[in-house]
Design a protein around this ligand. Structure first.
Ligand code: HEM
Length: 245
């Protein structure tokens, strides 16, 4: 056998004709969706693919955020920011994928929905993992602020001096924004497919999704902007100039 042929032979254990299929376990992965003859509607495959892909990405994001938590506790701010940035990039995809489901018509969706039982996104393992890690990251960040004898306002005012910790704060804000964006686009999706005045498969009114959007992990990081603008406005008034922005 030539050397080139040798390299085509799989050497990893497991199912699949190639090492690509064995490593990624594509046999298992691609058998996790209904077979064509089992679909309640042709659009159901898209519905499953979008949900399963989202769960994988949410799992990946939550994993990186757990790693970021360890780093922030160790005071390693550059790596904390790097890992949160990665998690945020992973979260962009579940947000984008919600739009794919907007192409399912309300009538067709009800054929798919008939097979969901009591299945509900409220039980999404990936989203629940994010809800679990979010507050713990916030606590660890605040402990670091305390150790440095800084308020949130101090950190933003002295951002050049505390560059790395300020980066962590901004990455946390980006994370909070992505959770908010996910909820916003998901609410719009639910409103356009099943309507805003109905109850979901677990009996939760769609209106509750609206209320959940009010929730923020890091309200103080958003609020500090108000304080900064208020101080800037005061300074402008004292100096006699005015600004609309
Ligand atoms: C046709 C598409 C969809 C519809 C009509 C829909 C509808 C709903 C409804 C009505 C709820 C409220 C709870 C209940 O089920 O009673 C809910 C919650 C939820 N769904 Fe969906 N959903 C859709 C797609 C998705 C996708 C693709 C994901 C991605 C993982 C997802 C994740 C969630 C999450 C995480 C919650 C809890 C939200 C929160 O805590 O704010 N949903 N969904």
């Amino acid at each position: 056998m030539s050397n080139a042929e040798d390299l085509r032979e799989p050497i990893l254990p497991g199912k699949g004709a190639s090492d690509y299929e064995r490593y990624l376990r594509t046999d298992d992965l691609l058998s996790l969706q209904k077979r064509p003859e089992e679909l309640l509607h042709q659009d159901e495959l898209t519905f499953q693919v979008v949900h399963q892909s989202s769960e994988l990405l949410l799992k990946g994001a939550a994993f990186e955020l757990e790693r970021a938590l360890q780093r922030v506790e160790q005071g390693d701010f550059p790596n904390t920011a790097r890992l949160i940035r990665r998690a945020n990039m992973e979260l962009d995809y579940p947000i984008g994928l919600l739009h794919v489901l907007e192409t399912i018509t309300p009538y067709d969706y009800h054929l798919i929905r008939a097979g969901l039982g009591h299945g509900s996104g409220l039980d999404s393992p990936g989203f629940l993992a994010l809800l679990h890690i979010g507050p713990r990251l916030g606590q660890a960040f605040h402990q670091q602020l305390q150790q440095a004898h800084l308020s949130v306002d101090d950190l933003y005012r002295r951002h050049a001096e505390f560059f790395a910790l300020h980066e962590v704060a901004e990455c946390l804000l980006d994370f909070d924004e992505r959770i908010h964006l996910f909820r916003f686009h998901h609410l719009k999706l639910a409103q356009r497919i099943i309507g805003g005045g109905v109850v979901g498969t677990m009996g939760t009114p769609v209106e509750v999704l609206h209320q959940r959007m009010e929730h923020l992990f890091y309200k103080d990081l958003w609020d500090v902007r108000n304080q900064i603008t208020a101080k800037a406005n005061d300074a402008l008034q004292k100096s006699g100039t005015n600004s609309k922005y």
